[in-house]
Design a protein around this ligand. Sequence first.
Ligand SMILES: *Cc1c(COP(=O)(O)O)cnc(C)c1O
Length: 410
Amino acid sequence: MNDATFVSHLECSLSGERFPADTVQNLSQVGKPLLVRYDLEALGQHLTKDTLSKRPEELWRYREFLPVRQAANRLSLGEPRTPLLTLDHWSQSQVTVKDESRLPTGSFKARGLCLAVSMAKELGIQRVAIPTNGNAGAALAAYGSLAGMESYVFCPEDTPDVNVREIALQGAHVWKVNGYIHHCGQIVKGGLETMGWFDFSTLKEPYRIEGKKTMGLELAEQLGWTVPDVIFYPTGGGTGLIGMWKAFAELEAIGWIDSKRPRMIAVQADGCAPIVRAFEDGAEFAEEWQDATTVASGIRVPMAIGDFLILRAVRESGGFAIAVSDDSILTAQHEIAAQEGLLLGPEGAATAAAYQKALKPGLVSPDESAVRFNCGTALKYPMPAVTATIDRHSPLDFSQLDQGSAGTPV
Ligand SMILES: *Cc1c(COP(=O)(O)O)cnc(C)c1O
């Protein structure tokens, strides 16, 4: 049985040009991302908060806000509601972490790719390709295999082995490329005709962002249909930030939240901060960042096609963009893990470091409710080695055992 769906059309995010729904689309005529538009009035009449509250706590509970029409095309590897955790010890004020590492394949890329692959299935697409720093490729490989599609994944050559192996095990053709993620993107573009694959690059198809939108729907629902004062978001391609911003607009349109918006804070690393630079320069678009380098590989994106959408959301919300050093990222990661028992990925740790950095000059106040996003598991990243060993054949001096290293920041 198919439930009611409410997609009306697709719309260019820059020019407003319209495209029909339920057709295969990438970018608009002017080369910008397409956004999915809904008949929100009908949606608002059909669905109530009460109906929603009785459904299982998973991604597809928001199906009316999503584009997939046929229930049979809604792929699932079990996408749970992710927890909001409060860190009491580490920071000067209580801050909440939304821990997206609990999703299939260990990152919130699962939300986006779950939707994008489900829609590709509905549209009859059988071969897909993606450039990735690791997590998007892993999610594509998993959902692509679930859907019986053939997937091709291209990663920068310094992508950690664990990511590349995961992608290969999950059934994709995976290649390492001597360049950055946008160079991998050029390979995907180059193969469009010869390989006949569909381009799944960030924001080059309209549906990944709809999956990321569920983060905003879920967050508002978890907070009793309110939004926090500020959101710290680790920003690479920006789909999550743009998706949440879209979620809040749709929720207001159906009257489920009021006009209050969180201040959206785009967090980047000192070694790759094109959005921060554009924000500070007052620019509408961001220029490519040269020689990008950071331990937080999920946000190592020198050039983002949705740059103007990120900047718009940040500015309209009264937020800002901020960059933090790799040192402060690794320190925050280690301190929070040791004090709170929560091992954040470096991107999530970057939002923690950014929060602390923003507190000092008063960019945020400790009285504001803040949500920081941890978007992926730390377990796929290289970690400092522990060298403490015991020779079981020698007498052991137990008084020395507190010197065993619990791991220090590299
Ligand atoms: C992809 C990724 C990001 C950045 O997400 P965008 O929404 O594309 O900006 C942040 N953290 C992790 C772990 C990621 O995999």
